[in-house]
Design a protein around this ligand. Structure first.
Ligand code: GRG
Length: 291
């Protein structure tokens, strides 16, 4: 198993899948909307969430390509959240994934609509998954909605906005970040298991893995805002200073320790699966990521 090679294969597959989906719509008159959507969707990015969905599907014993509609849907929801998060009414950022933010190129109205369309199309793509049991489809769509919506990612963003003016407790920061970042990572792992026809035990283990990885990922994200550069990250750094981040709560050194311990917690959850070398190596590599 070569970590980079496997990541490249998963990334290419989801990117080709998304490209093909939108190519089929290229004769539609609302070309500007499709351009705006694809501008952000095809701007690179690590494709972590699709990679997780593919790998959990494979570890559960089915062809990993079965998870493609779910992997694509989650990446579309992730991209919509980034477009909306960058808007002037949110974080007001100029750069993302190494290029101008969506609203800087297409204007605020079109950026809002590109995000809306990505979110809505995501459910259509997810619903096109070919699973043997119809009840698994319903479960998957329900999980996706819960993780992305008012009790998940959007709920976390709201709690974050509501708490801007006050200092949060450790529990509050954990809750907000679990929702904002952790929920979509959980959806990726959970939908991978569903696509792979995994057992309840495998589903629970995937959720435990996601909980650990999500926190480690967000803590590292907060660290990168302090120790990273715009050239590495493709977006402005130092923008979270003064916000309720993990670095503010714990300081850099403790954050580094916590990234390691949440990653170990995630890795421990994988013991019930066979052939976990790729996922363990991926989780470890994320502890030192610079992007
Ligand atoms: C509805 C107006 C409106 C806004 C919603 C939902 C939302 C805004 C924001 C979600 C919160 C959010 C953007 C959390 C950030 C999570 C995070 C760590 C993003 C970076 O993920 P990476 O590093 O990015 O995987 P790449 O670019 O590699 O895909």
């Amino acid at each position: 198993m070569n970590l980079e090679e496997q990541c490249r294969e998963y990334r290419k597959y989801v990117e080709d899948y998304l490209k093909k989906h939108y190519e089929a719509l290229s004769d539609q008159p609302q070309k500007l909307l499709f351009d705006a959507m694809q501008y952000s969707l095809m701007a690179g990015g690590k494709r972590l969430r699709p990679i997780l969905a593919f790998e959990f599907c494979r570890m559960c014993g089915r062809d990993w390509k079965k998870a493609a509609p779910f992997a694509a849907a989650i990446e579309m929801i992730h991209t919509y959240s980034l477009i909306h998060d960058d808007l002037p009414c949110m974080d007001n950022d100029d750069y993302r994934r190494g290029r101008l933010t969506n609203h800087k190129v297409y204007g605020e109205g079109m950026a809002v609509l590109a995000g809306d369309a990505l979110l809505t199309d995501a459910f259509g793509i997810a619903a096109s998954a070919d699973l043997p049991k119809p009840e698994d489809m319903a479960t998957a769509i329900g999980v996706l909605s819960e993780c992305a919506g008012s009790v998940g990612m959007v709920g976390g963003q709201v709690l974050d906005i509501m708490s801007e003016e006050r200092e949060l407790t450790e529990q509050e920061v954990l809750d907000i970040q679990n929702r904002k970042t952790g929920c979509l990572i959980s959806a990726a792992c959970a939908l991978g298991v569903i696509a792979g026809g995994g057992s309840e035990k495998q589903y629970d283990a995937a959720c435990q893995f996601a909980a650990g990885l999500g926190l480690a990922f967000q803590i590292r994200d907060d660290m990168l805002d302090v120790i990273g550069t715009q050239a590495e990250l493709g977006k402005a750094t130092g923008v979270d200073t003064g916000k309720n981040t993990f670095v503010k709560l714990y300081g850099l050194k403790r954050c580094e320790e916590l990234v390691a311990s949440y990653t170990n917690y995630a890795i421990d959850a994988l013991n019930i699966f066979e052939d976990t070398a790729f996922l363990k190596a991926l989780a470890k590599s994320l502890t030192e990521r610079r992007v």
